[in-house]
Design a protein around this ligand. Structure first.
Ligand SMILES: Cc1cc2nc3c(=O)[nH]c(=O)nc-3n(C[C@H](O)[C@H](O)[C@H](O)COP(=O)(O)OP(=O)(O)OC[C@H]3O[C@@H](n4cnc5c(N)ncnc54)[C@H](O)[C@@H]3O)c2cc1C
Length: 475
């Protein structure tokens, strides 16, 4: 049975998932409830949207869903813009069918009007937005909440379990796993979503005077070309949106899932993992839908390894970025890593590269270069190669600090799943976060080492090197 929006279950989930961003009052003379969609770019299993609908019905107002895309966000590029707009096009079409009023605003140039959202907020009774610790969302939302006059609430739809269930920093997969297990079944209960009771009057929409983009009908490529963003990081073949995410999910559930623990280890195997991270990062598919589909497709013995990544590691990463303000700096690393880095800071780095050489995939190592090329070309990188890629930079950069900053830069500039809590947690894992000390070695210190040389024997990289090797790129 599905829980209706007004049920105690939904109320309890909402109270756990909602964070007030200011102490301002509801504006009773406002014309509507505004849901400012940021990181949860979907209409399904969206707790912020659910709260906005519950509030709209409670105070008898219509609901407006607004999403904006800005040229000034960090690493704004044709790659991200295209992916997000493809997703938005689908949202617009679905919204129409579901009786929801959704509008998309594209700020093309930095000099264009930057006050659309503030103007919308001025006529709102209350604003609901997404809770997300990275990609500038938390800071942007807080600045907005500080300057507008109405109440602003941020709602968490990132994980399967409300992140408030883990109010302290969890230090390892083994500490969060049992806590997750306790609340997971409860968090997976289905909700009966519906449209708000009042529809949005066309005259009210027209009176707002916003130059929204016809996202359902526009030429996305042409619109992106007009934006003042980085065009050197181009669109990729993977298209954004729920439909493509679902296709990947169902392909994976029918194939790679059944032997995931083994197949995910081999870079040559393109179907060995779900390749859903970009969709999950942009909130285009709900983690709940992924977990439910996987559990329906395979018995626990087959799905456990996948759920360990999808639930334990993903929710651990979210907890890290929410509860550790230093998530983007070496200060986030445990004491044993700090001691190790102090002891090995001046060890001789036998091979060093500049950031520019790394960015151009111009190192001596074919696997590393192949991974970097895959990232440049597709916005994705195979998980095992990504671990080797991250670990290697620790020994190739002049300092640990530069290694961290370079990895964040490359990962977040090119990866369609970049700027995610997983990005920071994954890169910090390379430096020893969530891990234990190993026998001491030069430069690595006691951080777990990983060897590119040994990777040839350990993993199937043959086809991967063929696909992303130098010759392929020169053609
Ligand atoms: C150096 C480095 C950088 C990384 N940067 C990112 C990043 O920018 N964005 C990102 O989403 N992940 C990142 N990861 C984690 C992981 O590599 C990717 O999530 C995974 O490879 C994505 O491929 P997939 O969707 O096929 O994953 P699958 O194996 O199919 O897993 C399903 C989902 O589970 C989650 N997941 C899988 N592995 C991990 C993990 N180790 N930690 C947390 N969540 C995980 C992801 O959301 C993923 O989409 C990074 C890891 C490392 C070592």
């Amino acid at each position: 049975m599905k829980h209706p929006l007004g049920s105690p279950y939904v109320r309890d989930q909402l109270s756990l998932r909602t964070l007030p961003l200011n102490e301002k009052r509801l504006q009773p003379d406002g014309d509507y409830v505004l849901y400012w969609m940021q990181s949860t770019q979907r209409l399904e299993d969206n707790w912020a949207l659910r709260l906005a609908i519950v509030e709209a019905d409670r105070i008898g107002k219509p609901l407006l869903i607004h999403q904006g895309l800005d040229p000034s966000s960090e690493h704004a590029s044709a790659r991200f813009h295209t992916f997000i707009m493809q997703g938005a096009r689908e949202i617009a079409r679905r919204a129409d069918r579901l009786g929801l009023t959704y509008r998309f605003a594209l700020r093309r140039r930095r000099n264009d009007d930057r006050r659309v959202l503030d103007r919308l907020a001025r006529r709102a009774t209350i604003v609901v937005t997404d809770l997300f610790p990275t990609a500038g969302v938390a800071e942007r939302s807080q600045r907005f909440a500080d300057r507008v006059n109405c109440r602003v609430l941020a709602v968490d739809s990132v994980g399967v379990v409300p992140s408030a269930s883990f109010y302290k920093e969890e230090y390892a997969a083994r500490t969060i796993r049992p806590k997750l297990a306790k609340v997971m079944e409860h968090s997976l209960e289905p909700v009966d979503d519906r449209a708000p009771k009042r529809s949005f009057p066309t005259s009210l929409l027209a009176s707002l005077g916003v130059d929204w983009l016809d996202i359902a009908g526009c030429d996305i490529e042409a619109e992106v070309a007009r934006c003042e963003i980085t065009h050197g990081v181009g669109a990729v073949s993977a298209a954004g949106g729920l439909t493509c995410a679902r296709v990947r999910l169902h392909e994976f559930a029918a194939d790679g899932l059944h032997d995931y623990a083994e197949r995910r280890r081999h870079p040559s195997d393109t179907g060995g993992s779900s390749r859903l991270s970009a969709y999950l990062h942009h909130g285009m598919i709900s983690p709940l839908e992924v977990v439910s589909a996987v559990r329906a497709a395979a018995p626990a013995a087959q799905s456990d390894a996948f759920l360990n990544e999808m639930l334990t590691w993903r929710e651990l990463s979210l907890n890290f970025c929410l509860r550790n303000k230093d998530y983007a700096s070496l200060a986030a690393l445990p004491d044993w890593v700090q001691r190790s880095m102090r002891a090995h800071a001046s060890d001789t780095r036998e091979v060093t590269y500049t950031l520019d050489e790394l960015e151009r995939a111009a190192t001596h190592d074919p696997i590393w270069n192949a991974g970097q090329r895959e990232l440049l070309e597709t916005g994705q990188m195979h998980n095992v190669v990504r671990m080797l890629w991250g670990k290697s930079v620790i020994t190739w950069a002049p300092t640990y600090e530069e290694a961290l900053q370079w990895l964040l830069y490359l990962n977040n500039k090119y990866g369609l799943d970049g700027r995610d809590p997983n990005s920071f947690a994954g890169i910090q894992w390379c430096f020893g976060k969530f891990d234990r000390p190993f026998a001491s070695r030069p430069v690595w210190g006691t951080i777990r080492p990983m060897s590119l040389e040994r990777a040839h024997a350990k993993y199937d990289v043959g086809d991967y090197l063929q696909r992303w090797g130098e010759q392929e790129m020169l053609v």
